[in-house]
Design a binder for this molecule. Structure first.
Ligand code: SF4
Ligand code: SF4
Length: 301
């Protein structure tokens, strides 16, 4: 039986494809984008989030932990992950809500059962289910079985992918996927490596190959001042995708909403390197794409 590590099943999503959707967020990603809105998605293993600002240092979490995994270090309740089995007792007993776990194992049947509860909303809004993350295709056996099960139920399916997976995995998913939301972050390979930790060569090759076997791909581009909010980036992207079977490009303006999650994971957030793009710049980029005939969706700035 296929199982996957999932960190959220978000209902009533309006930005991950058409209509009202449920988005299933997978853990595990081959990239480590500096601006990632879901840093708890990058590691495929379960993680513990701890909000020092909410913690009142009552010590209850350490008392109830059956594995003595929580210790006070410099007036902060630190979890020794090698001892923790994610039983969740500390989360339940933390009255201020300073602790939460990220990631739980699900079977395909469990996910299908959960998402089908909202079937009526999908039907009334032409919505469906989106697999996101993290990178959902890192757990391809599960993702393929889930997509197949959803298609057998007549549900519209979308896959939000970073493209940094073997092409065979995209092929396997494509059979049961109505819409791909394909992320393209940077066209320059050196800068892509600097900001995401990996080359973009396979991502670009995979995109080209995917357009040959699938006819409903929306390109998604995060726009970040300090990283790629330049008209030359839009020009190079248009050059890259011209002639490919891509009709829609979604621009996603950066925001720093995930900052607190990095704190809770005990990770640094490179805020000084990234800023929100101006509305003027976003308008200019959208105009450039519109002139080339690309439809646009995505969030507005
Ligand atoms: S139970 Fe919650 S509030 Fe109390 S010490 Fe632990 S984390 Fe802090
Ligand atoms: S999840 Fe369970 S094992 Fe892990 S720190 Fe909390 S109480 Fe201890």
């Amino acid at each position: 039986m296929n199982k996957a590590m999932i960190f959220n099943i978000q209902k009533f999503s309006l930005h991950d494809g058409p209509g009202i959707r449920t988005t299933v967020f997978f853990k595990g990603c081959p990239l480590t984008c500096l601006w990632c809105h879901n840093p708890e998605s990058q590691n495929i293993r379960q993680e513990m989030l701890y909000d020092r600002e909410k913690c009142v240092m009552c010590g209850m979490c350490a008392k109830v932990c059956p594995h003595t995994a929580i210790i006070n270090v410099d007036n902060s309740m630190v979890t020794e992950l090698e001892k923790c089995n994610f039983c969740g007792a500390c989360v339940i007993y933390c009255i201020p809500g300073a602790r939460e776990t990220a990631g739980a194992e699900y079977t395909v049947q469990e996910v299908v059962g959960e998402v089908l509860k909202d079937r009526v909303f999908y039907e009334e809004s032409d919505g469906g289910v989106t697999l996101s993350g993290g990178e959902p295709l890192v757990q391809i056996d599960f993702a393929e079985e889930l997509l197949q099960s959803l298609k057998e139920e007549g549900i519209h399916t979308a896959v939000d992918t970073c493209g940094a997976v073997p092409f065979e995995d995209l092929e396997r998913a494509a059979t049961y996927t109505d819409l791909f939301l394909y992320d393209l972050k940077l066209t320059d390979d050196a800068i892509h490596k600097e900001f995401t930790g990996a080359s973009n060569q396979d991502i670009i090759e995979n995109l080209k190959k995917l357009t040959q076997i699938h006819d409903n791909i929306h390109l998604r581009m995060p726009i970040i001042e300090g990283v790629n909010a330049e008209s030359s980036h839009i020009e190079r992207t248009i050059e890259l995708i011209e002639g490919l079977n891509i009709k829609q490009v979604d621009l996603l303006p950066y925001h720093a909403i995930a900052r607190h999650k990095y704190n809770k994971l005990g990770r640094e957030y490179a805020e000084s390197r990234m800023q929100v793009p101006s509305q003027e710049a976003m308008r200019q980029f959208r105009d450039m794409l519109a002139k080339k005939g690309y439809r646009q969706g995505g969030r507005n700035s």
